[in-house]
Ligand binder design. Structure first.
Ligand code: 5AD
Ligand code: SF4
Length: 442
């Protein structure tokens, strides 16, 4: 039985969006009677779902593909497929094929739904299949999904991005923004909640512009409609763009009793000169005003962010603007990045790229400041009872884990029956970002 069983393995790089796309690839493979494994030796199909947002993500993917050369030599019937943002870059696929001729299937971001056909073509012709659609097509509904993040479920609401921030490769590899129909999104959410999922995360490069291409709906409408679904669940969404994060939307979020009290609002930089060069289309003052409004309607909201240091020409003064914005807003968490030059973007052609040692110094200062803020915020949790949605078991800590409505992670002792349940946890220990506590009865 074991010998005849067909197994697949998917290696995903990058963001939630990619993790969810991998769930679709997994769904397609499951429908073809493949089962998941994390053992390369056992796998008949290995898929790399790649990312190219920063150079190191691409390098890691290439390194890991290269490392399979020996295995492929040994196991002739192994199929290696590489897809996602990295392969979608203009002119990339042919060079990649030259470098890694043993890769069987190369596919892009626009034709993920065709993965089944590509795999069947490979199996029948035995020839390398390269399939990169240059342009994004219509949204295809109904792709099967093998979900991996219970009790959370990801739901796409938009694909692509129209913003063209000057550092960012996404608009070039994901195409123009397209919104799914409101009813398709709501139906999917309903089905998921009926199936027992307790957290829905709506996904898009900029969820705030949802519906711009549909005409009669916007993101606030969507929040309203999803919030009407019966049952106890949490609603989250990512990611937001400050320029489209309006007061009306903030009101809709605060009116929804399903929406979590955490908002991810990427700021990228605190200097107006840099924000302009980035083509972000808001100023530091605009951003701070959005924060003020958010806190007006949702006073205890946890705001998280993305920040980049060392955008071309960033001076020490620009960097200090970012650092003191962090102190001023007191984010509940921040993903911090060193600017990474992406060929094909306007910023790659700018003079004034920042030396590596300066970048490292800046990011360390930024991370130190944010870590201190995290610790100070964690301390406020001591002895408080918080409602946690139990997500699963952590092998390293030997404890169960979950998050509260503010997105704070807590660890506690429990049992498997609690996964997908809401539990009250009294926080007994605070440290870095995450908390430790014990379950209490209400
Ligand atoms: N270099 C570094 N970070 C980047 N991001 C996007 N493009 C780049 C780049 N070229 C970051 C932004 C974005 C997050 C998803 O990744 O902060 O919000
Ligand atoms: Fe990239 Fe800007 Fe679009 Fe985000 S909004 S995906 S940073 S271009």
């Amino acid at each position: 039985m074991e010998n005849n069983a067909k197994f697949y393995k998917i290696i995903t790089y990058g963001c939630q969006m990619n993790l969810h796309e991998s769930e679709k690839i997994a769904g397609i493979l499951t429908a073809l009677n493949y089962a998941e494994t994390d053992d390369d030796e056992k796998a008949k199909v290995i898929v790399f779902n790649t990312c190219c947002i920063r150079e190191n993500a691409s390098q890691r993917a290439e390194g890991n593909v290269g490392a399979l050369k020996q295995l492929k030599r040994k196991k002739k019937d192994l199929i290696i497929a590489v897809g996602g943002c990295m392969t979608q870059q203009p002119g990339f696929a042919d060079k990649f094929h030259e470098k890694f001729p043993f890769v069987d299937i190369i596919f892009g971001t626009h034709n993920l739904e065709k993965f089944k056909d590509l795999l069947l073509k490979k199996l029948s012709t035995k020839k390398t299949v390269i399939s990169i659609d240059e342009k994004e097509g219509e949204i295809i509904e109904g792709t099967p999904k093998t979900r991996t993040s219970f009790p959370n479920a990801w739901v796409n609401i938009t694909y692509g991005c129209n913003n063209f921030c000057t550092y960012c490769i996404v608009p070039y590899v994901r195409g123009r923004e397209r919104s799914r129909k409101l009813q398709d999104v709501v139906n999917e959410c309903k089905e998921l909640i009926d199936a027992g999922y307790r957290e829905i995360t709506l996904l898009g490069q900029n969820v705030n512009s949802y519906g711009n291409d549909l005409g009669n709906v916007n993101f606030a409408t969507l929040i309203n409609e999803v919030s009407k679904i019966k049952g106890k669940f949490r609603l989250k969404f990512m990611t937001n763009h400050p320029k489209d994060f309006t007061e009306d939307l903030i009101k809709a979020i605060s009116d929804s009793d399903k929406t979590c009290k955490c908002v991810h609002l990427p700021v990228q930089a605190g200097s107006n000169r840099i924000l302009k060069l980035m083509n972000r289309r808001y100023t530091r003052e605009d951003y701070l005003e959005k924060v003020r409004l958010l806190r007006k309607y949702i006073p205890d909201v946890a705001i998280t962010t993305d920040i980049m240091v060392s955008f071309p020409t960033e001076t020490e003064e620009d960097f200090l603007d970012t650092l003191n914005l962090v102190e001023e807003v007191r984010f509940a968490g921040a993903f911090t990045f060193i600017y990474s030059k992406r060929n094909g973007t306007p910023a790659a052609k700018m003079d004034g790229q920042i030396p590596e040692d300066v970048s490292k110094e800046r990011i360390v200062k930024l991370i130190d400041a944010q870590n201190r803020i995290n610790r100070e915020q964690s301390e406020q949790y001591l002895n408080k009872v918080v409602e946690i949605l139990c997500e699963g078991y952590d092998d390293k800590k030997n404890m169960y884990l979950g998050r509260d409505t503010y997105g704070r992670m807590a660890y506690f002792n429990g049992n498997d029956n609690l996964v997908g349940e809401f539990v009250n946890v009294k926080i007994t220990k605070t440290g870095g970002i995450s908390l430790v506590g014990e379950i209490v009865n209400d």
